[in-house]
Design a protein around this ligand. Structure first.
Ligand code: BTN
Length: 254
């Protein structure tokens, strides 16, 4: 059997895991359409059940976008059952991945509200949290938190201005285990403590942005900060608004 020392391997991840629930049921697939879709289709998936793929053929991003997921990256989804605050999951996950990248790769990303991690201003990680409903009752039964990290990827112009990657050679098994450990910790922590960490690594306050609310025309605003519910507070024409979703692009990126 071929052995790929750089490859994601369930046995190695298990050996590094110190979690109570996350990743205790773990499947590593060579390929799947989307780890989020795979896990959402598992009606009996338990809390913490995790699917990791070496590549995705139809990786999903926020706002219906595609998430390019070639071999080499780390694509991981976790089932969260009975979690009281599904609306906080993406913020908690961003803080968790930030901590994991810092501890495993010794790299300090910045967080771009709400769900992106940037390295030198380029996106290296995206997070997509999706609700899961019972097909019988239609009621919400959980949430799947999907995390995609670019590793060793090289982007051609013009994408190379906005898309970045963790270096090739990152230990993806250590990174996957650290993401799961930190995610469990960030889900358990009081939200104000998570927000303190998130704000400290999300340097958007004072920046000019374009806000693209879904279905409405874009507008310019200045970021004031992140409120206690994790919403982005922007000021537009003297009026303060708290955004809980939507797309925001930084002007400084140009
Ligand atoms: C975004 O940046 O818009 C979110 C991207 C989320 C991608 C991850 S990769 C693992 C999981 N499976 C998916 O299909 N999407 C998420």
């Amino acid at each position: 059997m071929g052995h790929n020392p750089d490859g994601v391997c369930a046995q190695r991840i298990r050996a590094l895991l110190h979690t109570r629930a996350l990743g205790r049921v773990l499947t590593v697939l060579c390929e799947t359409a989307s780890t989020n879709a795979e896990l959402r289709a598992r009606e009996c998936a338990v809390h913490g059940e995790t699917v990791i793929a070496r590549r995705q053929t139809a990786g999903r991003g926020r706002l219906g976008r595609r998430f390019e997921s070639p071999e080499g990256g780390l694509y991981l989804s976790v089932m969260l059952r009975g979690y009281a605050e599904p609306g906080q999951v993406t913020i908690r996950a961003a803080a968790a991945v930030h901590r994991a990248v810092l501890s495993v790769c010794a790299l300090r990303c910045s967080i771009k509200w709400v769900n992106d991690l940037l390295l030198d201003g380029r996106k290296v990680c995206g997070i997509l949290t999706e609700g899961v409903c019972s097909p019988q009752t239609g009621r919400l039964t959980g949430a799947v938190c999907g995390i995609g990290l670019n590793v060793g990827a090289v982007f051609e112009p013009p994408l190379d201005k906005t898309a970045g990657s963790l270096p090739a050679g990152v230990d993806k098994n250590a990174l996957a285990a650290a993401v799961l450990c930190e995610l469990e910790r960030c889900l358990d922590e009081p939200f104000d403590a998570v927000l303190r960490y998130y704000r400290a690594h999300c340097p958007m306050a004072g920046q000019d942005v374009t806000v693209r609310p879904s279905g409405l025309p874009p507008y310019e605003a200045r970021v004031e900060g992140i409120d206690d519910e994790g919403r982005l507070v922007v000021v537009r024409g003297g009026q303060r608004q708290a955004l809980s979703s939507g797309e925001v692009s930084l002007h400084r990126e140009d």
